[in-house]
Design a protein around this ligand. Structure first.
Ligand code: SF4
Length: 262
């Protein structure tokens, strides 16, 4: 599904100071849980509400795929961005993991890479919990990565940072980012921060949201300030997405990586 998104970390600022919403787009729906950040996966819950049983291993589950109209949407956004002479961000994928091991997605992932290459006015924000597969599942060598991919991984716990960030940072993308969300404990990013451009941080939301200590978010913020890395505080979390609000120590933290040329 593609749409203008309320996900604020995909918004971008125009030269006149106004904000434009980014887009959210999925090459398919469905996934398999891989770690503790996935426990209350909102995408799985959303798919179930639509009646799709598409979360699980290949032996027992399919994925949901889309037709031509859906695949044409990003071309329209690319054209709009080009006319406006200002890049737009696309969060891909909110209802899947682009580096899913399911063999049914292989052809769709290859089509995604063609789409990325032919939409240079879009910043493709790929957030994965499987960064160990990025290099083998993408067609570009060390010197030929497109400038319009921002590659990110989620690290809710310290051990996930240590497992995932070396894989992420081995990818020659222009922008590397990390989502410390849902943050489940203190996370030390210092060994990696000199090579990261952006850190997003937040607590969990939903009826079974796990505890979140603002001291953890402050600690990540102080690390980012020390290393001059853009820090985005997404939410406190709680029963609902908006329950705890977006303030940390009385203000919002909405820093973004600098605007890179395409
Ligand atoms: S990797 Fe993402 S989409 Fe897949 S189960 Fe985990 S949280 Fe959900």
């Amino acid at each position: 599904m593609g749409q203008n998104t309320k996900i604020q970390w995909t918004w971008r600022k125009l030269p006149d100071g106004s904000l434009v919403a980014g887009h959210s787009w999925n090459p398919w729906w469905g996934c398999l849980k891989v770690s503790e950040e996935c426990t209350h996966c909102y995408a799985e819950q959303g798919a179930k509400r639509y009646g799709f049983q598409i979360w699980g291993p290949e032996a027992t589950t399919e994925r949901r795929f889309f037709g031509e109209h859906h695949w044409q949407e990003p071309y329209r956004w690319n054209q709009q961005a080009q006319q406006q002479r200002h890049r737009r961000s696309v969060f891909c994928a909110s209802m899947a993991d682009v580096f899913d091991e399911h063999t049914a997605v292989i052809a769709h992932r290859q089509r995604l890479w063609q789409l990325v290459e032919t939409t240079p006015w879009l910043n493709w924000l790929l957030l994965t919990k499987r960064p160990q597969y990025i290099r083998e599942m993408t067609p570009w060598g060390q010197d030929a990565w497109p400038d319009n991919i921002w590659i990110g991984t989620s690290v809710g716990r310290q051990k996930r940072a240590e497992e995932r960030l070396p894989h992420l940072l081995a990818v020659p993308a222009l922008v590397h980012f990390v989502s410390v969300e849902p943050q489940l404990e203190l996370v030390n990013l210092r060994p990696y921060l000199s090579r990261l451009q952006w850190v997003i941080c937040g607590g969990e939301s939903g009826p079974r949201a796990r505890p979140f200590d603002l001291a953890w978010a402050r600690d990540v913020r102080e690390q980012c300030l020390a290393y001059n890395v853009a820090y985005f505080f997404k939410q406190v979390g709680g029963r609902y997405h908006h329950s705890g609000g977006r303030l940390l120590d009385g203000r919002t933290w909405d820093e973004m990586p600098p605007e890179f040329p395409g």
